[in-house]
Design a protein around this ligand. Structure first.
Ligand SMILES: Nc1ncnc2c1ncn2[C@@H]1O[C@H](COP(=O)(O)OP(=O)(O)OP(=O)(O)O)[C@@H](O)[C@H]1O
Ligand SMILES: [Mg+2]
Length: 251
């Protein structure tokens, strides 16, 4: 079982879009996949048309409180979900105090024999993201290729490094930065890409996701890229990204 956190304190960069589409593609390829949402907004559930307030399903507040009695939510073949709702706000501090609360969840997850667990996080510098990092093997940062992205990526990397240094036994590997909402027609794109490449070298994913209206509309229709037409650009790009992800994680 590999656990991957998707993080960036900047909002709207594509954390949930990556979590959901990657989760859907990996489950479709036969990997037993779990998505854990730790964002009080609960967007993963919206994207997957799941009821985040379902009482009989374990949610992310339950796992923070070590309440493992309920069953894990089922989304589609091989795809499971631990949703989040606003009840998780009571665990949302500025920093982890007294050590992470999530560590016990790993044993619970082992019993389900997941191949891959993907954790979506909120757009804040908060203990909820630190909880996710505390149990992760890897972390991935999505970024938009625009002026403030470089700063956003450096802040996310610094936050992850600091978290890892203060939590015992947490040592997730930086998987890399994935560019999202790329618009190659913008003259500035090449400059930002060059600068990020210089900063990150092999930590930049080769595959990128373009700015596409079908992705922008997908949460509204509760669709993932797998629901798109065979030759849709969004589908092709996410399948390519997933191949690179599988290779980097060693799935
Ligand atoms: N490649 C893309 N092309 C077009 N729209 C996109 C793309 N990726 C994401 N979006 C849209 O941008 C918005 C933000 O995406 P998403 O919810 O994945 O970001 P996020 O980082 O999870 O946001 P938050 O920080 O609020 O959790 C959504 O409406 C989504 O549909
Ligand atoms: Mg999100």
């Amino acid at each position: 079982m590999k656990i991957v956190t998707i993080l960036c304190q900047k909002g709207g960069v594509g954390k949930t879009t990556f979590t959901v589409n990657l989760g859907k593609i990996l489950s479709n390829r036969g990997f037993k996949t779990l998505i854990i949402d730790t964002d009080p907004q609960g967007n993963v559930s919206t994207y997957l048309n799941f009821n985040k307030d379902e009482e009989n399903i374990i949610n992310s507040t339950d796992i923070l409180e070590k309440n493992y009695k309920k069953k894990i939510g089922f989304s589609s073949e091989n795809l499971y979900i631990i949703p989040s709702n606003k009840s998780i706000m009571k665990h949302n501090d500025e920093k982890i105090i007294g050590g992470p609360k999530l560590t016990g969840v790993k044993e619970f997850l082992y019993s389900y024999e997941f191949d891959i667990v993907i954790i979506d996080t909120p757009p804040t510098i908060s203990s909820l993201t630190q909880e996710a990092l505390a149990i992760s093997d890897y972390y991935l940062i999505p970024a938009k290729p625009e002026f403030l992205a470089i700063e956003g990526v450096s802040q996310a990397m610094a936050f992850a490094k600091k978290t890892i240094s203060i939590i015992n036994n947490a040592d997730p590997i930086f998987l890399g930065v994935a560019l999202n909402q790329v618009d190659t027609r913008r003259a500035s794109f090449k400059d930002f890409e060059k600068e990020l490449n210089f900063l990150l070298s092999d930590k930049m994913f080769n595959s990128k996701i373009s700015q596409l209206t079908e992705i922008a509309d997908s949460p509204f229709y509760s669709k993932t890229v797998l629901d798109f037409k065979e030759h849709s650009k969004a589908k092709i790009e996410f399948l390519e990204f997933s191949n690179e992800f599988i290779e980097r994680v060693g799935l």
